[in-house]
Design a protein. Structure first.
Length: 288
């Protein structure tokens, strides 16, 4: 039988598969593999449409490959009987509320729950209004009774990350998915029975297309706003009220804060804003 390799070829082969050459070959193969993987991901991302929503929900077909949009039929039976849940699609900064033949607005509250949340809930209950509460996970876990009261009032929950981490939109996708999964799970299961968490709002509004897609893949509709009251700066009650009066429009999502600092001004402004909006003919609904 003729040898497969000559003696010289066998010596060269042993050198190739022995240190330090084997390490160099392994490094080269790994580098090539990473480059191929990155190329595939980039090409896939380029081909996936990202919708910036300024109106009604985009069609389910706008979801990128691998993300199945949640429709009303898919939604669990949480909340009010027969109530439609928002379709979960990757629509960056969905900032308008349900489109109807009447002027509507959606009230949203960030950074709770806190000691000011009960006052906000009392005002909403007085006017029979439901709102969306964008809660920080670790605060929700520390105040489960407060979250339970929000849910019992017919309000909806929004994931605002576990620790209000404004860098979540710029981290590695795997870590991003883990962070959103953790905050979503903690918020959904802090009450009994578990509830639906319909929305995700990026801390400080620091969005990225990747964060938008991961939120949708986690089962949450990315939620922005179209009227910023800047109440977190504590500009005064009159300034907060004027911010709403100046910028409100049919379909607006209004941003307030029930946590993150002293919110006496927000509470008092809310007492004035709601009757004014009602006098203007606005009805209150959830973002979609």
């Amino acid at each position: 039988m003729v040898p497969m390799f000559t003696a010289r070829q066998r010596v060269i082969l042993r050198q190739i598969v022995s240190p330090p050459y084997i390490y160099r070959w392994a490094g080269l193969v790994t580098t090539i593999g990473l480059m191929v993987g990155v190329t595939v991901v980039v090409l896939a991302d380029v081909g996936a449409p990202t919708v910036v929503a300024a109106g009604a929900n985009p069609a389910v077909s706008s979801a990128p490959a691998g993300i199945r949009a949640r429709t009303v039929e898919d939604a669990p039976a949480f909340g009010m009987p027969g109530e439609a849940r928002p379709a979960i699609t990757p629509s960056l900064l969905s900032v308008t509320s349900t489109t109807t033949d009447r002027p509507t607005v959606a009230l949203t509250f960030d950074d709770g729950p806190s000691t000011f949340t009960p006052q906000v809930l009392d005002i909403l209950a007085e006017h029979r209004i439901r709102a969306t509460f964008c809660m920080i996970g670790n605060q929700a876990v520390a105040e489960p009774a407060m979250v339970q009261r929000v849910v019992a009032g017919g309000h909806r929950l929004c994931d605002h990350t576990f620790t209000h981490d404004a860098t979540v939109g710029s981290v590695d996708e795997g870590l991003m998915s883990t962070q959103l999964g953790r905050s979503h799970q903690s918020l959904a299961t802090v009450v009994n029975p578990p509830v639906s968490v319909d929305y995700f709002r990026a801390p400080e509004g620091k969005w990225s297309p990747q964060l938008d897609h991961v939120a949708a893949a986690t089962g949450m509709r990315p939620l922005g706003w179209s009227v910023d009251t800047l109440d977190w700066t504590q500009p005064g009650v009159a300034s907060i009220v004027q911010a709403v009066q100046r910028s409100v429009h049919p379909g607006a999502v209004i941003l307030f804060h029930d946590g993150g600092g002293p919110r006496e001004q927000t509470v008092e402004a809310l007492r004035q804003v709601i009757p004014w909006l009602q006098d203007q003919g606005y009805e209150f609904t959830f973002p979609t």
